[in-house]
Design a protein around this ligand. Structure first.
Ligand code: MG
Length: 247
């Protein structure tokens, strides 16, 4: 029976994680190791200046007072009974598309799994702020993909970044493999004043504008397909490297 580790960046009690656990529970033994609180936009950070605590909060469910990457590293090496066959991160209640992948704790957890040589993918719902999330739709997509990955594995050093349109299942047009898109700009820094008149800044809440290039994750979810972007651990720009070496 496959051993599947689940994590997220929204905290161990997040509804997206529970929906994922329910959907993947039919495929094998599911063990949850997740942050004890919301860690969205934690990216791939590790906690190195204080100790980390693992708390068993239910059967096969553990909370760690750390980041998503901490959870995968400690979960795989110290908590799980053996190496998992699969790591799945999510379901994040908002998109992880284009440049935002750089900030995503959800995606970074899957990247940490890949660094540990375990097939891993991240799942996010393309829901707007405050919009009700259709977790069962994304969870069903995750189950299909998990079945395939358990059977065939993933390309070497590669994780999948999956984004599911927040639509009824019947309105999902299918799945497409895509490339990472680009965010052009947003107004994500709010500039306001505290009660004492001091200027302060709050990052978040902007409306992103995306480059409308074909085959990108952004365009693909907009038209109603599930987007699956294969991300590589090697961030080298091989094209630039060849140019530079030939100079
Ligand atoms: Mg999140």
């Amino acid at each position: 029976m496959p051993l599947i580790m689940l994590t997220n960046d929204d905290g161990v009690n997040a509804p997206g994680l529970l929906a994922l656990a329910e959907a993947l529970g039919v495929l094998g033994r599911v063990v949850i190791v997740a942050p004890d609180r919301d860690n969205s936009a934690a990216s791939h950070s590790l906690t190195m200046r204080r100790p980390l605590h693992v708390k068993e909060i239910a059967v096969d469910t553990y909370a760690i007072d750390g980041t998503p990457a901490d959870c995968v590293m400690i979960g795989v090496n110290k908590v799980l009974p053996s190496r998992p066959d699969l790591v799945v991160s999510g379901i994040n209640p908002g998109p992880n598309l284009g440049d935002d992948i750089n900030y995503s704790g959800t995606v970074s957890a899957a990247r940490e799994g890949t660094l540990l040589a375990i097939p891993s993918f991240a799942v996010s719902l393309v829901a707007a702020n405050g919009e009700e999330c259709r977790y069962p739709v994304a969870a069903a997509q995750a189950r299909i993909l998990a079945t395939e990955v358990l059977e065939r594995g993933l390309p070497a050093n590669t994780l999948f970044n999956v984004n599911v349109p927040n639509r009824p299942a019947a309105e999902i047009l299918g799945r497409r493999y895509t490339r990472q898109g680009r965010r052009l700009y947003d107004n994500a820094i709010q500039e306001t004043f505290d009660p004492w008149g001091r200027r302060h800044y709050w990052i978040g809440g902007g409306t992103p504008h995306w480059s409308e290039e074909p085959d990108t994750d952004v365009q693909t979810v907009l038209v109603g397909y599930v987007s699956i972007t294969p991300l590589h651990l090697d961030m080298t720009n091989h094209w630039a490297l060849r140019e530079l070496q030939n100079d």
